[in-house]
Ligand binder design. Structure first.
Ligand code: UDP
Length: 381
């Protein structure tokens, strides 16, 4: 089984890894999987460099990325964009597929579906193509272009409606949730979860995240809420992902909180931090939202990537899993509301848990396993 992804943001890779590990458990290691960052492995200049610049595009202010998203987000425009990119990846990608000869191809990236379909058809491979859409609500047309996948996995009823409104038959769209890795669940012992990370169990913890690239307006918001954080005696843990510049800037800002504020780069154990936290302050990344919900961790959404994450704001609020507060005064007011009345936080925690789909990766793995040639007759959910 071949998983196609790209390290643009953190969500595509973690989704693929989550499905892979669920599949290995389900099949007791009986399915061989390959994880391929397709643009890094097969792309050539300038496509490979263009895709690699995603983090940089997000982190310059004002970011040109939203304009690129909107300019390319249309049925025909998405097609044109894909066609323009193909000459810079097609040859190597075809060789890769021929060499690996997968029984099933799973794409977890919007720009790889059409290319995978074209290549599978060109070499006469019988491998079905499954697209796992790793956005919750706002679905770029590149995900659904030409309805080129045999099956689509989506994470919300809203996403089902988008897919069917674009002509994908409902029986090919499976609402199974966003795949998240193991370990995202409420802590058995919240104090112990804090202690295990060297945090003060006697104080509330505010976890701060901004996706895999650590982009956006995080620093300016943190600077302006520092007084509230101190007044509420919150312990801050900020995870900056791959953004070293942000890490340095937040480290310089840290004395405005308390001396024990932790400013971290990319960490592999996000689940541990989420289980130890009382509230998450984050941009509206779909993976982060799904992971926090599974931990029963209320989220304050303070930023979003215009375009692809726009729908996630209403998603969070409609589920009651958190609050959207895009300006510092609103963030401060929300923190006061959360930490001055334990009932408020308890209710959000409960609703976050109710909105969670912690078994998404297993359900998707089951669907994929049922599509492998030897089990083609097993019904898919
Ligand atoms: N992540 C991580 N370590 C970090 C920062 C982020 O493992 O230091 C993971 C996070 O848990 C989530 C993903 O990266 O699974 C971020 O995905 P999301 O969809 O929230 O945002 P993106 O980075 O794709 O914009």
């Amino acid at each position: 089984m071949l998983f196609l992804f790209s390290d643009t943001g953190g969500g595509h890779r973690t989704a693929a890894e989550a499905i892979d590990s669920a599949l290995q458990r389900l099949e007791a290691g009986g399915v061989r999987t390959e994880m391929i960052d397709a643009f890094a492995a097969c792309g050539i200049f300038p496509l490979r460099e263009g895709i690699k610049s995603y983090g940089a595009l997000l982190n310059v202010q004002p970011s040109p990325y939203p304009a690129l998203f909107h300019l390319s987000n249309g049925r025909t425009r998405a097609r044109i964009m894909t066609e323009l990119g193909k000459p810079f990846i097609r040859g190597n990608f075809r060789q890769l597929i021929e060499r690996l000869d997968p029984s099933l191809v799973v794409s977890v990236h919007p720009l790889l579906n059409e290319l995978a379909r074209e290549t599978i058809n060109a070499i006469g491979s019988p491998a079905p193509l499954v697209t796992v859409i790793t956005d919750l609500v706002t679905i770029h047309h590149a995900w659904t272009a030409d309805a080129s996948a045999d099956q689509y996995v989506v994470a919300s009823a809203e996403a089902v409606r988008v897919c069917t409104s674009r002509g994908i038959p409902a029986e090919r769209v499976h609402n199974l949730g966003l795949p998240i890795r193991d370990g995202f669940s409420p802590p058995y012992d919240a104090l112990e979860a804090k202690r295990a990370l060297g945090l003060d169990p006697a104080r509330h913890t505010l976890l701060v995240m901004s996706g895999g690239e650590g982009g956006g307006r995080l620093r300016s918001i943190l600077r302006r809420i520092a007084g509230t954080v101190r007044a509420l005696n919150l312990q801050v843990v900020a995870i900056c992902g791959r953004n070293e510049g942000l890490r340095e800037r937040l480290t310089a800002l840290a004395p405005r909180f308390r001396e024990d504020a932790k400013i971290l780069g990319f960490v592999d154990n996000i689940a541990d931090y989420m289980r130890a936290a009382d509230v998450l302050l984050s941009k509206a990344g779909p993976g982060t939202i799904a992971e926090a919900a599974a931990c029963g961790l209320p989220i304050i959404v303070c930023d979003y990537i215009s375009g692809q994450e726009a729908g996630n704001l209403a998603y969070v609020e409609s589920r009651g899993a958190g609050v959207v507060a895009l300006e510092a005064p609103e963030v401060s007011a929300t923190l006061r509301r959360f930490f001055r009345d334990p009932n408020v936080l308890r209710e959000y925690r409960q609703r976050a848990l109710e909105s969670a789909r912690p078994h998404a990766a297993q359900d998707i793995a089951r669907l994929l396993a049922s599509m492998l040639p030897a089990r083609a007759k097993v019904a898919v959910s």
